[in-house]
Write a protein that binds this ligand. Structure first.
Ligand code: NAD
Length: 349
């Protein structure tokens, strides 16, 4: 056996109701003037966290935007210095966490993250930003949040239209990690367990409020983010990043729609890893099983339905070929286009 695994140095608190510990966790981090970051739709939730942590709150900043545009970060940095914030409390999904990471990258401020989606960004040292329509990805220990509080009760507010695609995003992270060129026994163990937890969660997530399903999905998202953050990203992320950054599409929808088709590609190039996915999904035909899940959760189940044009796919293929995060260096533009066209048509892979 021969492998490299870079673990995370993080504190993770996981419990229903654990959000009430936010103040104590900030104290442990030595934060006394927290900037509370979120997205505009979660401004009320951020305000209630400000009340919860009392004097430790310096400003509520509900200005995060999907894909972390650098001009938004510049505005947030001005706010950081004007209130002399000494730490960040994030409440939200990958968008809010992205802004927090971009600030931490530039200031090294400590971060307490309370995730409310299954994107898993809180568990990675990956910073994704968009500058003039191009998504840039870099890794730095500075962006890894020091503390994460998972509280399944917070998933209750997540719109149903977002719940399923978000859980499928976590599934995509785990599958990409299993298929990575540098996958190792530890990351693969985490990935397989993540897929199992997400498979258990998915049907129950859609059937109505279910705290056990929210907990399974958050647990799966935590593991999926952890393993994804330790390996090179594969073909799935190479394509999703190109699409998401350039066409301003929902991150979760793009991952969800592409997943059956990238899994079909991986079945040929990483067949052993896809066998492990099959074991965790308890089904033989992985692309087909993922396609069924995608149809169940997506209201717009193809790139065509998302509003993309065929010409846009050509541009996305060009961008994906330039994307340095992809580990599958042998992938050709033609293969990427085939995946994109299949996801555009939305037929069973
Ligand atoms: P998101 O954070 O944009 O959330 C989706 C929508 O749901 C938003 O409108 C948000 O305000 C709302 N929302 C979230 N939680 C809610 C709740 N509990 N109640 C009510 N509304 C809620 O979407 P996302 O899919 O979580 O994150 C996407 C972003 O994360 C992208 O920018 C992507 O690039 C980034 N990302 C980064 C990494 C990484 O490792 N760096 C990993 C995954 C995703």
């Amino acid at each position: 056996m021969n492998f490299v695994y870079q673990g995370n140095n993080q504190r993770v608190v996981f419990a229903a109701g654990a959000r009430s510990r936010a103040g104590e966790e900030l104290d442990l981090l030595g934060v006394s003037r927290a900037m509370i970051i979120t997205t505009p739709p979660q401004a009320d939730s951020a305000a209630s966290f400000a009340r919860l942590i009392g004097d430790r709150a310096s400003i509520v900043y509900p200005g995060a935007q999907m894909y972390t545009p650098t001009n938004v970060t510049e505005g947030a940095l001005t706010a950081v210095s004007s209130v002399k914030a000494d730490g960040i409390l994030v409440i939200g999904g990958g968008t809010a966490i992205g802004l927090s990471k971009a600030i931490a990258f530039r200031t090294d401020l400590p971060q307490l993250v309370i995730p409310t989606t299954f994107a898993g960004s809180e568990m990675t040292r990956i910073l994704e930003e968009v500058e003039r329509g191009i998504k840039k990805t870099q890794r730095s220990p500075k962006v890894l949040p020091e503390t994460v509080i998972y509280d399944p009760e917070l998933v209750a507010g997540l719109p149903l239209r977002v719940v399923g695609p978000s859980a499928m995003t976590a599934m995509a992270h785990a599958i990409d990690a299993l298929c990575a060129v540098d996958a190792n026994p530890i990351s693969s163990l985490l990935a397989e367990e993540a897929i199992r937890a997400l498979r258990r969660a998915l049907p129950r997530l859609l059937a109505g409020p279910n705290e056990a399903a929210w907990a399974d999905a958050l647990y799966g998202a935590c593991l999926a983010g952890t393993c994804l953050g330790t390996v090179a990203m594969g073909i799935h992320h190479k394509i999703c990043h190109a699409l998401g950054g350039a066409f301003d599409l929902s991150h979760a929808d793009v991952h969800c729609i592409l997943l059956p088709y990238t899994a079909a590609f991986n079945r040929n190039t990483a067949s052993k890893a896809v066998q492990r996915v099959a074991r965790a999904l308890e089904g033989d035909d992985v692309p087909s099983a993922l396609y069924d899940m995608m149809l169940e959760v997506e209201t717009q189940p193809s790139l065509k339905a998302l509003g993309l044009t065929r010409a846009a796919l050509e541009r996305a293929a060009d961008l994906a070929m330039k994307n340095p995060c992809g580990s599958s260096s042998q992938v050709t533009r033609e293969e990427i286009l085939q995946i994109l066209f299949a996801a555009y048509e939305g037929k069973r892979p």
